[in-house]
Every structure is written in C-alpha cells, then in structure tokens.
Design a binder for this molecule. Structure first.
Ligand code: ADP
Ligand code: 5RP
Length: 562
C-alpha cells in the first residue's frame, strides 16, 4: 500500500473513575484496531493520602500522576498491539470524568506533587464524586438565591458539591494556603490535554457545564464570587485565566515531551477534552436530536442533543456547543450507579454466594444478576431509593441517602440486588419524565458505558420501566471511541479526518443491533411499583428530607466524638 493510501487512525483515551482506556480506531471504517487499559494505582482515595494522612467524611481524591502513568502504559501498549506505525495516527483526544478538579502551578505542576503540599488533601485532585463540600454547596445556593442569579436556571436551579466552585470554596475554608499557592485551577481533562500539546486551554465542554460559563453571558459576575468568599474575587480573572477552546477545534499538536514520554507521534493533532460520558454521544454514532443516551458506568449520565433551548429544573446542566457545536445539549444523571451495585458486592454478598461465584468462574455481579434474573418484577417485595451517593437529578441534593422498604427475614442478596437495579431504572424514569415535561423530547433511548455491555438484566429492566425500546451502542469502549471521533475532527479532512463531529460520529460511532423491547406484563407491574417509588421519592426527597439530614448529623457527631 502506498503512503497516501494507507488507512488513517486516531487514538481516544477515556479517563474513567477507576481506570483509563486507550483505543485506536480506523477513521474511515470505525474498526477498533487495538485497546489497552490501565487501572489507577491509587484508585479513589477516600480514607487516606499516600503518606497516611487521614481524610474527612465523603472525600474522594485522586492522584494526578496516575493519569500520566495511564498514558505511559496504555498508549504504547495499544500502539504495539495495533502493529501500526506512528505516521498512521492522525489525531489524539482525551475524555475525562468531570468535574474532576485540581490546583496547579503555571508550569502545570500539580500542587500535591510539591513536598510542602504532599500531606494536604486539598492539593490533590478532587474527583467528581468528592462530596464533602456539602455545606459549601448550601452556602452557594443561599447566595445564588439572595442575588437572584439567573445563570443557575441552566443548571437545574440548584448546585451541588460536585461542581468545581463547591470544591474550591471548601479549599478556601479548610486550606487557604493551597488556594493562594495555586496559579490555576483546572479540570483534569484540560490538564492532560495541556500535557499532550504543551498549551494550557479550557475546553468549552467542562467550562460550559461544570464551570457555569454560559455561551451568551460568560462566567457569573465577580461580585457573586466575592460574596461567597472575599478571596474568590480573583477566581475567574486569575485562577481561570487561560483561553477557552471550542469543540471541533484543534487544541494543538502532540509536543516533543509527550511524544517521547507516551509513545505518541510528535506533531499529530490533539483535540480539546470532552467529559467522558459526553464523548459517548459520538461513540454511539448519534447524529441527530432527541435520542437520550444513557451512559452507564460508575455513575449514570443521561444526555440529549437538541436544536432548542429549554430551561429544565432538576437537571445537572445544559449548554450550547458543549457536546456538539451548533447543538444545545442536556445532562441529568445518578451519582451512583455501578458504585451502588459494587457497594452490595462489597458489603452484602453472602460467603457461600462468593464461593459459588468463584467456583463457576463468575464475577460477583454477574453471579448476583443471574440469580436476580430468576425473579419476576415485584417478587422482591422491595422498593429502594438509589441515593447511596446523594441525588444528582432531579432533586440535586448530594446529602440525600439511600433507602430500602420491604425487607423481611426472607430477603436474600439477589432480592436486594434486583431492587437496586430497579431503583436506578425508576430514577431514570423520573429524569425522562422531567425532560419531557419541560419540552425536551425523547424518541429513542440508547445505552452505552461499561454496564451496558455487562448487565443484560439491567437493560431489560430499563426497557420495561421506561416502556421504551433501548439500543446498545458504542461497544466495549463507547466513550474512548467517542474521543477518537473528536480526535479525527481535530485532525481535519486534509489529513484524512473529518471537518465536523456529525460526520465523524457517523463513521467512528458504533450502533449495535442489540435492542431490548418492553415486555407488556412487566411494564404493567413496574408502572405500579413506580408509583410507590414516586411516593417515597417525594416524601424523603422533598417533604421530609430533614430525616436524612438529621441522620447524617448524628453520624457526623458520633464520628467527631471518636
Ligand atoms: N455485571 C455488572 N453489572 C452492573 N454493574 C457492573 C457490572 N460489572 C461491573 N459493574 C460496574 O461498572 C462500573 C464501572 O463502569 P465502567 O463504565 O466500566 O467504568 P467508568 O465508570 O470508570 O467509566 C463499576 O462501578 C462496577 O460496579
Ligand atoms: O459528572 C460526570 C459527567 O458529568 C462524570 O464525569 C461522571 O459522572 C463520572 O463518570 P463515570 O461514571 O463514567 O466514571
């Protein structure tokens, strides 16, 4: 094959909550040429830092060096497996969880890597699910209300501890020296992209969603930040003082350092980062409006493209150009999805089940799912509220906690597991109904993310609870595949890529023929159970959310007393 007719490829790297996945995709055919995964050595730090420093309640930190290690391992491994030459690669892009936020120096050094900050939790990466700034979120909501801030309507009318501002305000309250020492605050996805191309920029994707940077009016006023904390007056003008970049643009070229360190071709195009789940939209091959993509992983994200602007209360956020240029897009979700199921495996898995699963060479979740699949809808006698990590949508309250009603001496682990699966389906139905009530139409549901490949029982339960057909998309690495599509757009048509993301999604995105259709008998039972779920949802989430607040307060008090 002559040089000009050789096939072209892009690399997409998806930095998820527990691991990073690199894929190499044929730009014309969408063929997955190779993939490699790297599990973060420090995982999510919830109890202590590497030096043993104890962490507070609801901390979820990560070590930024894990992300670089992931690049050092996964990219060369995927390249080697692919058998490709460096010149076959025309672009690279990262997708990343968000808001996953860290303080850095001007030269991109993360503060936590400096000896003076190694024991300071606030100098580390605060992962999206770092929920400890609950009080800060409450304070921010009060100021928003008092000042009648209009921009909050684009974020469901309420903000939570998952937004960067709550995390930064917490740092100012607990470790102001970290805030002062930081030259910049940055999304981990923007940081990785800067490392790849040597240029510090912020992607419109995370800035528009998590950073409150509205496409028409920009960031909230300086006075708003000042009212939160006097030192925050310089937050936008100094700590975020680096240029914005739109999706579809080129962030830069792979710089010499990154090429040497990660085995990437020097000079190939780098795309701005896209939030992990958002990249799943292109990975699923979505090229039109009104399809809800459910990205099912550690958390759940339900995303829709639209040509219309609607203000939707209770969603996580909406933006223009934040997923595809030229489109409005909406995000709602669950703060715990896979994490919720994993909680059971770690805490409520009988010893004999674990042994049996091992004997049958099954993963614990696969084992529990198979047992749960033998039950009929309603047979567990249980309805659960899936708020093990708060409620991201539509109550936007990270302080809400989980609930199970209907437990008896006959309740078994598979009953609990099935009730948890169903609870996440009910909360997805709340999200779908809320979108529709506020003008965002949904005419099809696609599912992607790790769980959409692993748990077919959950897919059937979603189809039954939502009473909609559901199509699996994106393959094993839907979000990484989506990043590869953005990389092809950064590379552009001239080098063998594409000029726009719709075209890239059509070629690189993957729609499988695997579909799940609602079973009318199940739909009928789930309609009734959903009414029970809704009653509990409104009672504990709206009317009497004080119950859960008080229980949390007892817990904090007891922990403080030691
Ligand atoms: N068989 C299964 N059924 C349901 N959830 C599963 C199963 N196997 C793994 N999980 C969950 O999948 C989640 C990881 O999802 P994945 O999409 O692979 O990663 P990430 O969220 O990091 O992008 C974990 O929280 C895990 O509990
Ligand atoms: O808030 C997010 C998107 O808006 C996070 O990126 C997401 O919830 C974490 O992703 P995952 O569960 O796929 O690891």
């Amino acid at each position: 094959m002559s040089e000009n007719t050789r096939e072209k490829y892009t690399i997409g790297i998806d930095f998820g909550t527990g691991s990073a996945r690199a894929v190499i995709i044929n730009v014309k055919t969408g063929e997955l040429k190779a993939s490699a995964m790297y599990v973060y050595p420090h995982d999510t730090m919830t109890e202590q830092l590497p030096d043993g420093t104890k962490l507070g309640k609801d901390y979820a930190l990560q070590h930024p060096m894990d992300y670089l290690e992931a690049l050092e391992h996964a990219v060369p491994e995927a390249m080697e497996l692919s058998g490709l030459r460096q010149e076959d690669i025309i672009g690279v892009a990262a997708s990343f969880t968000s808001s996953t936020y860290l303080p850095i120096k001007k030269d991109l050094t993360p503060l936590c890597t400096l000896p003076e900050f190694a024991s300071n939790p606030h100098a580390y990466v605060k992962l999206w699910k770092h929920h400890s700034p609950g009080k800060e979120a409450d304070q921010i909501n009060e100021v928003i209300k008092r000042r009648d801030e209009k921009w909050v309507r684009y974020y469901g009318n309420r903000i939570t501890s998952e937004y960067p501002i709550s995390k930064v305000l917490e740092t100012l309250h607990c470790a102001p020296e970290v805030y002062r020492a930081a030259d910049y605050y940055i999304e981990a996805g923007d940081w990785i992209t800067a490392i790849l191309c040597g240029k510090l920029q912020k992607s419109i994707c995370a800035a528009g969603y998590k950073g409150f940077c509205n496409w028409k009016t920009g960031y909230p006023d300086r006075e708003f930040y000042e009212e939160l904390h006097p030192e925050l007056a310089n937050y936008v003008s100094e700590k975020l003082n680096y240029p914005m970049i739109g999706l579809g643009e080129e962030a830069g070229k792979v710089c010499g350092d990154a090429a040497r360190r990660f085995g990437l071709p020097e000079g190939c195009a780098v795309a701005p980062f896209v939030i992990d789940s958002f990249a799943g939209v292109a990975g699923a091959g979505i090229d039109r409006t009104n399809i809800m993509l459910s990205v099912l992983g550690t958390s759940g994200c339900h995303l829709i493209l639209s040509k219309e602007e609607h203000l939707v209360p209770g969603i996580f956020g909406m933006s223009y150009g934040g997923i595809y240029p030229g489109f409005f897009s909406y995000e709602a979700g669950q703060s715990a999805l896979g994490d919720l199921f994993e909680w059971q495996v770690k805490n409520c898995m009988p010893e004999d089940y674990a042994q049996e699963a091992e004997k049958e060479s099954k993963d614990s979740q696969q084992y529990l799912s198979e047992k749960a699949a033998e039950l009929k809808p309603g047979e567990t006698g249980i309805v659960a509220l899936d708020w093990w990590n708060g409620n991201r949508s539509i109550l936007l309250n990270s302080s809400l906690t989980g609930l199970m009603v209907g437990m008896t001496l006959q309740t078994k682990a598979e009953h609990i597991y099935r009730a948890l699966l169903e609870a996440t389906a009910f909360s997805t139905r709340k999200i779908v109904e809320n979108y529709r009530e506020h003008g965002v139409n949904i005419d099809a549901i696609y599912a992607t993310g790790g769980i959409s490949q692993k748990n077919m029982l959950l897919m059937q339960i979603y189809a039954d609870v939502l009473n909609l057909p559901l199509r699996i998309c994106g393959g094993m690495y839907g979000c990484a595949r989506g990043s590869a599509a953005y990389a092809a757009v950064a590379a552009g048509k001239e080098t063998g890529g594409y000029d726009d993301i719709l075209e890239a999604a059509r070629h690189i995105g993957l729609k499988s023929e695997r579909r799940f259709f609602p079973n009318p008998e199940n739909v009928e039972v789930y309609n009734k159970l959903y009414e029970e779920y809704s009653e509990l949802h409104d009672h504990f989430g709206r009317g009497r959310d004080d119950v859960m607040q008080r229980l949390l307060a007892y817990r904090s008090e007891a922990v403080q007393k030691g």
